[in-house]
Every structure is written in structure tokens, then in C-alpha cells.
Unconditional design. Structure first.
Lengths: 338, 307
């Protein structure tokens, strides 16, 4: 257990800030390279949808401000960066004049909750399976059955989501088809509401769990194979320790730690997958907000949601990187590089 | 006791044995590549024998089931539309004949461009070192944490309709990081290895060392990374399509799923509408997984021993 050296910390902080800055800048620049003016598309679409648009002047003024039709580019960019830093993305055009940050604050807890739940479940199931797969004492049957389960892992969560939704929600009607809680229950800390949330969240969580546990399992298997050849495992066997004891205390303990760094690289994909699962289940999180915004061409919301999700991803990666040296004393960060 | 190599040697000629022993001939690679080729073949043969005009809206009756099934209105499937039609009267077979190769094309093109960028940047970083290395390393560290889907959502909702190639190019901007990191790490370790030192001492040029000495050793890793990126690219493309972005006028598997969900195909039990594209995508991903597992065995002999 060591303290984190300052150079390592600095390195990570710089990477985090750079990531967020580059993402914010990309989100700002690329739409401006667009051959079409987003403000045009949006107004056209709104007019087509509603006939006469209420508050049209205000919306237009806001759009002009957002897309910077008034200021020189540098000023626009600086304004944008200032807004991003304060997480202020302006007003939603589809549900004018709600603030984008209000919409995001409403959706975020659902997304974070669903994600934490599925990540924790997959971590345990996946690592346990991976360890069993590589362990020389596990029954043959386990090792034959697991690669079959692995195949499922190559499938993105959106496809597993569709299949589960069709089977358990549309066909069998065991679970509800859409939304994060029932229409008839009042949100609050009541048993009825919690029950409804669990009932609605089960399928979305399952669609993610089913296709991600294999990532851990495959990684764990690889690490276990490496650990099996180590001298200290041989020694433990020679000492006549119980195989189960060797498995838990010698092999899994050493194999599980590098899994955490592998996880840091997967966070981005996981997040993207969950956004899509939320979209097909119309789960009340960021994915649905994003999808609705795309349908309504609500550009400030699209920008805001994308940025916040990228920010979340970058911060998670940062935290994993920071925690890692604490849990694995073998790793020392002397110069930022291993 | 067929597993002992010595007993085989007497029965087989030298080259036959070498082929059997070659790690590249493992069944996972074979079946994986077979699956992908089958999807490509579906696109080619389908184009020759099936009328693709049926992929236009209103070319057929709505919501017909595949042959041998009956839809909720009691209509039975007919051989005119062997795997049914969608909610706006398009023939499903024509849709997937066009759509399936499209998805694969986007994945391959994006990954190929990303790979080339990665090889270039990885070698530059590993060989030149110094400032160049710092910039490339930090940039790939940064870009690897940004989920491509979310930037692309912003891009495409501002750009409106894009072509397939354009989408592949956009995705390619996000799949160069892992090959870059991989190659950089390998180049750094290889630079110290005996044979590279040897080549350098014997006066080989940098180009010769890079492409003749080092690159062949990287091939299994490069392939693995390439296949992983094909998967990532297809997942990203399908993600965009399911969110209603991506090419608007060309049939893709993701767009078909998008339309099916929006039309409530799940509740109406129109399983063929969303199920067939889902199945095809699933097969595509399983094919890619098998190839990747096969390549793992090539590059990591430890896994081979375990079998």
C-alpha cells in the first residue's frame, strides 16, 4: 500500500482534463463543419410538426446564440467552454424553456443506478466463471458449457435486449415492455415504487449482464492460466495446501487485480451499450433522453447528454486508475509509466 | 492416441504435417471466417437471383410472415416473399441482401482505415520516441476513453443524412487508438530484442527493420486488433442506426431494427421484421468472436496447450 506519487496523479489529472476538453471541442467543432445549418433543420422540423411554433422568436434567438450566429468564432468557443465547465447547455428546444441540465439531472440517476447494478453483478459472475474455467480441478462439464455462454458475450447488449424483451415482455408478459417504473405508481420511497422499479429494471439489467460477464470471464481465464504457471502456486501445491485454498488465496487474488485496469478501457463501450439498451426499453435514463432529443432534433439536449456521458466515462476511468495502485501493491508508479 | 505428433510424422508427408500443425488452421478461425463469408455470399448471390426493387416501400403487401407462418391477421407466408415483408411493404429478403453486406462493409472499412492509422502512429511513436511518442501516447490515451457512439451522435444529428462510406470514415476516427497502443508497446519491446539489434548492426535500413523484421511478428496481434475493431465499428454503426441516425435511404440491418421497434413490431408479434436482422447481426458477431479466439490461439501458445 503506497501513496500515489505526485507525478502519477498529475499524469492522470492531465489525461482526464485533456479528454474532457477534446470531447467538448469535438462536439463543438464538428457540427460547425456540417454542410447544413442545424438551426435550419430544427426550425424547419418544428414548423412542420406544430404548424405555428409558440415562442418562435425566443427559440430562434436561443438557437442563434447556441450555434453562434452573432459572435466571432473565438468568442463563441470561449463562451461554450465556460458553459460546459458550469454544465450549462442552455435550454431544450423541444420542451422549451426547460433547462438541458434539469432534463439531464432527472435522467442521470436512472442511468447510473442501472449501470452500477449491472457492473457489480457482472464483476462477480464473470470472475467466478473465469476462475472456474481455468481451474484444473473444476468438472469437465463446466469447461464445455462455458464457451457456449461465451458466444453470447460477443453480442452487443442491444441485440440481447431485443431478444429478452420479445421473450419475457411481449410473449410471456412476465415483465413490462417499457419505462423505468409503472405509470400508476407515484415516485417516492414507498415499497410499491421500489417494487415497480425492480420489476421494470430487471430486463434492461439482464440484457447488459448477459452480454458483459464474458468479458470478465475471458480475461480472468487468461490471467488464471498465467498465474497457474507461477512458482508460488507450485510451491503451495507442493506444500500440500488444499486446492480450494490455493484457488482462492493464491490464484484468484493475484489474477483478479489486472482485471480492474482492463475494465477501465471497457467503460466507454459499456456506457454506449447501455444508452442503446435504455433506448429500446424506453428506460427513463440518458439513453431515452438522447433518443427523444434526436427525434425532436433538440440539439442542445443531444450535445448536453453526449458531453455528460463522456464526462462520466472519463471520470470513471480516472477513478479506476487512481484506485488501482491502492488495491494492487505490486504496481508502483514511479514515472507515470509502468 | 492420435494427439502425439511423433506417431503422425511417419504417415504424413512433411508439408501435410506442417499444415496440420500450423496454428492458423484451427477450427475456430475456420468457422468464424466461414460465417462471415456466408454473409458476404448472401449479399452476392442475393444480388444475382433476387429482385432488389422489392426493397422499396410499398413493393409488397404489408407485414406478411415468412413461409410456413401466419400473422395476426391470418395471412400465410408465400414464396413470393419467403421471409416475409416489413410494415411498409418491403421484402425482408431484399432488405437483408442489401443490408447485411452494408453493415459488414462499414465495419471492415472503418477498421481498415483505423488499422492503417494505428500502424503508422504506433511505429512512429515506438521508433522516433521523444516528443512524437509523448503526443501520440497521450492522444491515444485520451481518445480511448471517449465512447465513439456519443461523439458520432452529435456529429450525425448535425450533419443529417450520411453515406455508408462517410459513416465508415467517421467511425474510423475512433478505432485507431487500440492498434496504436498495441503496436507502440510491441515495437518498444522488440527494439531491444536480439534479432532487431542484429539487423541494425548488419546495417539494415529503418524501413527494412520495421516492415521486414518487426511487422511479420506483429501479424497475429494486428489481425486480432483488426477483428476487434471490426466488431466495435459494426456495434457503433448499428447503435447509430438504432438511434435513427446513419444513412437514411439505404437499407441497413440497424435501420431495419429501428423501424421495427418504432412500429411496435415486438407487441404485434412481427418477429421476422426485427428478428431476422438481429439474427444476422448476431451471426456476424459470433463469426468475429470465433476469428478472434482463433487468433488468440495463434498468438498465445499457452491457450493452445490448455485445449
Amino acid at each position: 500500500m503506497g501513496r500515489i506519487p505526485r507525478s502519477y496523479l498529475l499524469n492522470r489529472v492531465v489525461t482526464l482534463l485533456l479528454t474532457v476538453w477534446i470531447a467538448a471541442t469535438l462536439i463543438w467543432i464538428i457540427p460547425r463543419l456540417s454542410p447544413v445549418d442545424p438551426a435550419d433543420i430544427m426550425l424547419g422540423r418544428m414548423a412542420a410538426g406544430a404548424g405555428a411554433v409558440e415562442n418562435a422568436d425566443q427559440i430562434l434567438a436561443q438557437l442563434k446564440e447556441n450555434f453562434g450566429l452573432n459572435d466571432p468564432l473565438v468568442i463563441q468557443y470561449l463562451k461554450y467552454i465556460r458553459n460546459v465547465v458550469t454544465l450549462d447547455f442552455g435550454l431544450s428546444t423541444a420542451t422549451f424553456p426547460t433547462r438541458v441540465s434539469t432534463l439531464i439531472a432527472r435522467a442521470l440517476p436512472w442511468t447510473v443506478g442501472l449501470m452500477l447494478l449491472s457492473v457489480v453483478i457482472t464483476f462477480f459472475i464473470g470472475n467466478a466463471l473465469g476462475a472456474i474455467m481455468a481451474w484444473d480441478r473444476s468438472p469437465k462439464l463446466v469447461r464445455v458449457a462455458i464457451p457456449v455462454a461465451m458466444v453470447f458475450t460477443s453480442i452487443p447488449p442491444i441485440l440481447s435486449g431485443l431478444l429478452l424483451m420479445w421473450l419475457f415482455a411481449a410473449k410471456l408478459r412476465w415483465f413490462p415492455l417499457t419505462s423505468a417504473y409503472g405509470l400508476t405508481v407515484e415516485p417516492g420511497w414507498t415499497w410499491g415504487f421500489v417494487q415497480s422499479v425492480i420489476h421494470h429494471g430487471f430486463l434492461p439489467a439482464l440484457s447488459i449482464v448477459i452480454v458483459t460477464f464474458g468479458f470478465w470471464a475471458l480475461g480472468m481465464r487468461g490471467l488464471m492460466i498465467t498465474v497457474q504457471g507461477e512458482d508460488y502456486v507450485m510451491l503451495a501445491k507442493a506444500k500440500g495446501l488444499r486446492p480450494r485454498y490455493i484457488l482462492y488465496r493464491y490464484m484468484i487474488r493475484n489474477a483478479i487485480l489486472p482485471q480492474i485496469t482492463a475494465f477501465a478501457l471497457k467503460i466507454g463501450l459499456l456506457v454506449a451499450g447501455q444508452v442503446l439498451v435504455e433506448r429500446i426499453f424506453a428506460y427513463n435514463g440518458m439513453g431515452k433522453l438522447l433518443y427523444d432529443a434526436i427525434l425532436d432534433q433538440d440539439f442542445p439536449v443531444i450535445q448536453g447528454v453526449s458531453f455528460v456521458i463522456i464526462l462520466m466515462t472519463a471520470v470513471s476511468v480516472f477513478l479506476v486508475d487512481l484506485v488501482y495502485p491502492f488495491v494492487d501493491p505490486r504496481i508502483r508508479h514511479d514515472g507515470g509509466e509502468t | 492416441m492420435t494427439g502425439v505428433p511423433g506417431s503422425r510424422a511417419g504417415e504424413l508427408k512433411g508439408w501435410q504435417m506442417r499444415r496440420l500443425e500450423s496454428p492458423w488452421m484451427n477450427p475456430k478461425l475456420f468457422w468464424g471466417a466461414g460465417l462471415l463469408l456466408a454473409i458476404v455470399a448472401l449479399g452476392i448471390i442475393g444480388r444475382l437471383f433476387w429482385n432488389l426493387d422489392l426493397a422499396f416501400t410499398g413493393a409488397a403487401p404489408l407485414k406478411l410472415p415468412p413461409v410456413g407462418f401466419e400473422n395476426l391477421r391470418g395471412q400465410e407466408g408465400a414464396w413470393v416473399h419467403p421471409i416475409g415483408t416489413d410494415g411498409s411493404g418491403r421484402d425482408m429478403l431484399a432488405l437483408i441482401v442489401i443490408g447485411a453486406p452494408n453493415s459488414l462493409f462499414v465495419g471492415l472499412l472503418a477498421s481498415l482505415i483505423g488499422m492503417s492509422l494505428g500502424i503508422f502512429l504506433g511505429f512512429s511513436a515506438g521508433f522516433i520516441g521523444g516528443r512524437t511518442d509523448d503526443i501520440i501516447r497521450v492522444l491515444s490515451d485520451v481518445m480511448i476513453t471517449i465512447p465513439p457512439l456519443l461523439i458520432l451522435v452529435v456529429v450525425q444529428s448535425a450533419w443529417g443524412d450520411v453515406s455508408l462510406t462517410m459513416m465508415a470514415l467517421l467511425i474510423a476516427g475512433f478505432v485507431w487508438q487500440s492498434p496504436t497502443r498495441l503496436i507502440r508497446a510491441q515495437v518498444l519491446s522488440m527494439k531491444q530484442s536480439g534479432y532487431v539489434q542484429m539487423a541494425r548492426l548488419s546495417g539494415a535500413s529503418t524501413m527494412h527493420i520495421m516492415f521486414r523484421e518487426m511487422l511479420p511478428n506483429l501479424v497475429p496481434y494486428l489481425f486480432g486488433s483488426f477483428i476487434a475493431n471490426v466488431t466495435t465499428s459494426i456495434v457503433t454503426a448499428v447503435g447509430l442506426e438504432v438511434l435513427g441516425l446513419g444513412p437514411q435511404r439505404i437499407p441497413t440491418l440497424g435501420r431495419t431494427i429501428y423501424e421495427a421497434i418504432n412500429a411496435g413490431a415486438l407487441i404485434q408479434n412481427l418477429w421476422w421484421w426485427w428478428g431476422i436482422p438481429t439474427l444476422l447481426l448476431g451471426l456476424m458477431f459470433i463469426g468475429l468472436l470465433l476469428i478472434n479466439l482463433g487468433l488468440d490461439e495463434v498468438s498465445n501458445p499457452r491457450l493452445r496447450k490448455l485445449q
